[in-house]
Design a protein around this ligand. Structure first.
Ligand SMILES: [Zn+2]
Length: 329
């Protein structure tokens, strides 16, 4: 894994490479931005470069440290993340003890703290002490999807670097480079909203199964059999909460795409580019107002499910709402 393997994030990578190659790496950096867009991969390559023993063009991929990084045995590389729901104070204390020791192989130590926003307050305060009084040569790389959840005192101790999702075009091209068909890549790029990891999972054989299930459900509701509502609710009852939330996400995309068509936007704005004909075919069944109501109803159901509401009852209420909306037109 090297810098050139990373798709996008060109400016951030340029800056990190500059700082690394000139020996100007700050003591702590915070990589923040939405989940699944490649922050960890950047952190990992940066760590490899910082530990690499080659005189230039790091990471070299062939020194002792680079080889150890590749097989997961580099003793100067520390990588922690949540243990259960949180990063606990014991984990930070262990880290503190570890970084106080001299490096084994490289000139310094590097420590990735993944999902840093999940540190308990005690853990965060403990880390703060380490950041305030650095011991030895160590670089901390904090990764966070929700930067605002971190203590401001932690953020102020780090050089903060924001990551944005990849654009549709960059991600589509990258997927095509990986050997996927252009049309499929385009759908995956859009539905993933610029997240490489998500796009790749959508491109797996069953990757679009949940999206297609959402399409089928909307189609059933459009066909107007109220019996279907109960059938679907029974299916929802058996699904895991996270899968239902994913399904709801696709309801939103479908309605949002329909809204694009109803309001006469160009098809190139669709998330579900492959469904353009199906979407246009039923667009006449919805009014702009009904679609907005539908999108709001899905959001409400999502919030209820996140607050542990009963999946069947919440699902039923939502399906009836959507059913009523398409019936009225
Ligand atoms: Zn190397």
């Amino acid at each position: 894994m090297n810098w050139t393997d990373i798709v996008g994030h060109v400016d951030n990578i340029k800056m990190l490479r500059y700082m690394e190659s000139r020996g100007r790496m700050p003591h702590a950096v915070l990589l923040s931005g939405p989940r699944g867009i490649g922050k960890f991969m950047v952190a990992r390559v940066l760590s490899t470069a910082l530990l690499c023993k080659a005189p230039e063009s790091r990471p070299c991929g062939s020194c002792q440290s680079c080889l150890q990084m590749a097989n997961g045995t580099q003793p100067d590389f520390l990588n922690i993340g949540p243990d259960g729901a949180n990063i606990k104070i014991e984990q930070i204390r262990n880290l503190q003890n570890e970084v106080a020791l001299a490096p084994y192989v490289s000139l310094r130590r590097v420590c990735i703290i993944n999902e840093a926003e999940l540190m308990t307050v005690q853990a965060a305060n403990s880390l703060l002490k380490v950041l305030e009084e650095p011991v030895g040569d160590v670089v901390f790389i904090l990764i966070a999807a929700n930067k605002q959840m971190l203590l401001p005192t932690i953020i102020s101790r780090c050089m903060a670097i924001e990551f944005q999702p990849l654009t549709d075009t960059v991600l589509t091209e990258a997927l095509v480079d990986k050997g996927f068909l252009h049309d499929q890549s385009e759908v995956a790029a859009r539905l993933s909203r610029g997240r490489m990891g998500t796009a790749l999972s959508l491109l797996e054989p069953e990757g679009l199964a949940v999206r297609n299930q959402a399409v089928e459900i909307i189609q059933d509701l459009l066909e107007g059999s109220v019996r279907k509502v109960w059938d679907i609710a029974t299916i929802l009852e058996k699904m895991e909460r996270k899968d239902i939330l994913q399904l709801l996400g696709y309801f939103t995309y479908i309605m949002r795409d329909t809204l694009m068509i109803v309001t006469g936007q160009d098809r190139s704005f669709l998330f579900n580019v492959d469904l353009a004909d199906w979407l246009s075919g039923h667009a006449g069944r919805w009014s702009e107002e009904h679609l907005l109501q539908g999108i709001r109803a899905v959001e409400t159901a999502g919030r209820a499910l996140n607050a542990n509401a009963n999946a069947r009852l919440t699902g039923e209420a939502l399906l009836i709402k959507i059913y009523d909306l398409v019936k009225e037109v």
